[in-house]
Design a protein around this ligand. Structure first.
Ligand code: HEC
Length: 146
C-alpha cells in the first residue's frame, strides 16, 4: 500500500466540505422559497393572505393599483415578485426607494415607522406572492375559515 501524506488527505476532505457547502446553499432565488400562502378554489385564502389583501388595499394600492397590477406611478408588483426575493421586497417596504437615475421624481415611501406595515409585512408579502404566482385571481378574496 502506498502511504499518502497526511496533509494531502486533509486537503481532500476540505475540498469535499467546500463542495458540499456550495451544493447545500444554492443562491437565494424567489422561485425556491416555500409558498407563504394557501389558496383554495382560486379565491379562498388563509388568514395571512387575507390580512395581506386588506393591508395592501390600505397602504399600497393608491400607488401600485388594484390587485398589485401597477399604475402609471408605481410598478406592477405581480411582475416584481417574480424575480425579487422576500428579503428584497421587505427591505424595499421598510426602507423605501427612490430611483435616482430616472428623470422622474417617483418615490417608494419607507414604511419602517408604519406599525401596520411592519406588523403585516409577511401578510402583504403572502398576498402579493399569491397574486404574482397566479394562484390568486383579481378582486376581493374570501377567507378560508368562513
Ligand atoms: C406613494 C406611492 C407608493 C406607495 C404608497 C407604495 N409604493 Fe411601492 N413603489 C412606489 C414607486 C414609485 C416605486 C418605484 C421606485 C423606484 O423605481 O425606485 C415602488 C417600488 C416598490 C417595490 C419594488 C418594485 C420593483 O420592481 O423594483 C416594491 C416591492 C414595492 N414598491 C412595494 C410596496 C408595498 C408592499 C407597498 C405598501 C406597503 C407600497 N409599495 C406602497 C410607490 C409607492
Amino acid at each position: 500500500m502506498i502511504a499518502m501524506p497526511r496533509s494531502l488527505i486533509l486537503l481532500g476532505c476540505a475540498a469535499t466540505l467546500i463542495g458540499a457547502g456550495a451544493w447545500l446553499a444554492p443562491p437565494s432565488r424567489a422561485a425556491e422559497e416555500p409558498k407563504p400562502y394557501t389558496v383554495k378554489d382560486g379565491n379562498k385564502v388563509d388568514e395571512a393572505t387575507y390580512k395581506g389583501y386588506l393591508y395592501y388595499g390600505d397602504l399600497c394600492m393608491r400607488c401600485h393599483g388594484p390587485d398589485g397590477l401597477g399604475s402609471s406611478y408605481a410598478p406592477n408588483l405581480t411582475d416584481s415578485l417574480k424575480t425579487m426575493t422576500k428579503q428584497q421586497v421587505e427591505e424595499t417596504i421598510i426602507n423605501g426607494r427612490k430611483n435616482v437615475n430616472s428623470a422622474n421624481d417617483k418615490v417608494m415611501p419607507a414604511f419602517g415607522f408604519n406599525q401596520d406595515a411592519v406588523d403585516n409585512i409577511d401578510n402583504i408579502y403572502a398576498y402579493l406572492k399569491a397574486r404574482s404566482d397566479g394562484a390568486l385571481g383579481r378582486g376581493h378574496p374570501e377567507h378560508l375559515n368562513q
